[in-house]
Ligand binder design. Structure first.
Ligand code: UGA
Length: 440
């Protein structure tokens, strides 16, 4: 198939590359000339495990991944057009870019002759409020391209595991009322559904809602376990035991019940806000979603509160080491990262901050400049620090040399925001240890 991908962010680049890998003729388009130049030069604009190799292989093997500046539009040859949604602002999703792309596609296809149903499909992979696909169809028609079908096809990939998630999806969801359109997408996804995973066809509205419901459910699980962890801290229970105690109940399960310093990233915070906004527009206050959001905001302060309680009035002038800045491991993405909330609170309290992250340092430096000390290696961040704070659970932080840590840290205090260490062994090693919900 001929596929044009509009936008080479996480979803666009991963989708385009994986579709090229499965034998399609893919053209990636971006309106950022720097990104296009970087891709042409063999680089990729984001860190995502395995992606650079896959882009290079497909671009080289059959020159199937092309990149063109956005202004030239997606081109007439493309049969399936995919679009990626930008960041939304607080509350309502910002659809400016989505509609601009719809208008551009409409203009590019203005003179295209009518084809059979499903001959030209505009696929929305963006997370967009319910009703957006219908609006996109209206805009395409208004722009003079009435013979174009629109389908919703929400993406469920996670940063850090994006290729695996795309190649082996749990399910594919397609929102369209035309069987010819769902057949086009079924054919496109067939290579990835070898493992008997379902291809679910529903209305565009249900597909749009599915994406929000999925992220809202996952965010709810995280806020739930964080609230339970905070209660454990006060009552002397250990959330890690409680997590196991509930997770073995198959109705509850284990995934996404790890407490931490709050969820971050480009999806959960904005999607929870957007679903609250959808409720507001329909006069249905979504009280649970509001609570999920409020619990998460508060959770981003939990590490700072523990630090304040430990140091008391003597916090100003201290030096703290932070391990992990990205909102999760295996990414360089710092959007809404809990580490940023902590850094702001620490700097506000007059603390000197030394940081290390395997991939996200350049992005943090772009925000904070010389206000922080950036260590090339994890141990470098510890030198002369009063305490270590683990904010993101990169694998390299899980088994450090604790003797070296003790030597470098002046204070021998560890605030473990991801529960990567065990309280008792840490205390036996001579550390003062604080986890999340580990009983005090
Ligand atoms: C999330 C969803 O997991 C994907 O299915 C979805 O496609 C994507 O949003 C999206 O809408 O584009 P992502 O934001 O990449 O993916 O990352 P997650 O792995 O979901 O983690 C989100 C945040 O939750 C991270 O800050 C992570 O540390 C936190 N988290 C996750 C926890 O605190 N505890 C957990 O048990 C799991």
């Amino acid at each position: 198939m001929k596929v044009a991908i509009i936008g080479t962010g996480y979803v666009g680049l991963v989708t385009g590359t994986c579709l090229a890998e499965s034998g399609n003729d893919v053209t990636c388009v971006d309106n950022n000339p720097n990104k296009v130049a970087l891709l042409h030069g063999g680089g990729i604009p984001i860190y995502e495990p395995g992606l650079a190799e896959l882009v290079a292989r497909n671009a080289r093997r059959a020159a199937r991944v092309h990149d063109r500046p956005g202004r030239r539009g997606p081109g007439r040859a493309a049969r399936v057009h995919r679009r990626r949604h930008p960041q939304s602002d607080a509350g309502d999703a910002d659809l400016t870019a989505v509609f601009a792309v719809a208008d551009a596609i409409g203009a590019a296809l203005r003179d295209a002759p009518p084809g059979p149903p499903g001959a030209r499909v505009v696929v929305t992979k963006s997370t967009v409020p319910v009703g957006t696909n219908a609006q996109v169809a209206e805009r395409l028609a208004a722009a003079g391209a009435p013979h174009v079908d629109v389908a919703s096809n929400p993406e469920f990939l996670k940063e850090g595991a994006a290729i695996e998630d795309f190649m082996r999806p749990d399910r594919v969801v397609v929102g369209t009322r035309r069987p010819e359109v769902s057949e086009v997408l079924r054919e496109l996804y067939a290579p990835f559904l070898r493992t008997e995973r379902p291809f679910l066809v529903m209305s565009p509205e249900s597909a749009e809602m599915t994406k929000y419901a999925a992220n809202a459910m996952l965010a709810t699980k995280i806020s739930f376990i964080n609230e339970m962890a905070n209660l454990c801290d006060r009552l002397g229970a250990d959330i890690n035991d409680v997590r196991k105690g509930i997770g073995h109940d198959q109705r509850i399960g284990f995934p996404f019940l790890f407490p931490g310093p709050g969820y971050g990233g480009s999806c959960f915070p904005k999607d929870v806000e957007a679903i609250i906004a959808m409720g507001r527009r329909t006069a249905l206050p979504l009280k649970l979603m509001q609570a999920v959001d409020a619990v998460n905001d508060a959770q981003k302060q939990v590490l700072f509160t523990k630090i304040q309680q430990h140091f008391g009035a003597a916090l100003a002038g201290r030096t703290l080491a932070l391990w992990g800045l990205a909102f999760k491991p295996r990414t360089d993405d710092i959007r809404e990262a809990p580490a940023l909330a902590l850094i702001d609170a620490l700097l506000g309290a007059g603390v000197r901050v030394r940081v290390h992250d395997p991939e996200a340092m350049a992005n943090v430096r772009a925000l904070y400049g010389d206000t922080l000390y950036y260590a090339d290696r994890p141990y470098g961040a510890l030198e002369g620090a009063d305490a270590l704070v683990v904010v993101t659970e990169w694998p390299e932080f899980r088994n450090p040399d604790f003797e070296v840590m003790k030597r470098l840290l002046t204070g021998r205090v560890v605030f473990d925001g991801r529960n990567v260490y065990e309280p008792r062994p840490m205390e036996a090693l001579g550390f003062t240890y604080y986890g999340i919900g580990r009983g005090g």
